[in-house]
Design a protein around this ligand. Sequence first.
Ligand code: ATP
Length: 204
Amino acid sequence: MQERGKKTPYIIGLTGGIGSGKSTISSMFEELGAEIVDADKISHSIVRKNTPLHKEIVKHFGPDILDEKEELNRPLLRNIIFNDSKEKAWLEALMHPAIKNTISGIIKESQNPYIILSVPLLLESENYDFVDRVLVIDVPESLQLERIGKRDNISTELAQSIIKSQMNRSERNKRADDIIVNDAPIEEIRELVKQLHVKYQQAT
Ligand code: ATP
């Protein structure tokens, strides 16, 4: 039950392409005291060993889907659903309600004026219609390639193909309420984050 007088926090959906700086910028908001909800982390935690969803997935795909620690073999699972749209739909139908429930629970319990909800595919998905405002982390493609190349040690070709598979930059930016262009030194970006933090604290 909601406490009397408790206001629902304002929900800021934070998104951006691979390696745009979502984690870096979420951490800056967190350092200022903002509450961060990371959809990726939630989607990992709800399928850990001994969870009901873990059991469902093993029942569906068989024990070969597990690694030596009996956790899900994520690369294998990713590969299966990448090549089989029916399996992808099955997994999404299982995961999305659970992710949404977990997020709703966190929002209900929150005492904060706003929440940063970090979702890589926020704008591609229909599951986040409750988001009040969209913050896009934008980065020029050349810089994006350079940063993911350095961080993940992957080839430019692979990085390029991942970027191509995601929503294109102009489409994403068109749907933003706020944009941080993450092409400046960290300290400059931190200043922009501070300004948004002040604005979001006052949002209703
Ligand atoms: P993913 O989509 O893979 O989850 P992400 O959007 O969370 O990535 P980060 O991991 O935050 O992106 O950033 C990608 C890389 O770029 C990291 O190595 C990070 O340290 C670096 N980076 C982010 N912002 C800046 C910046 N303003 N200046 C220099 N390096 C940066």
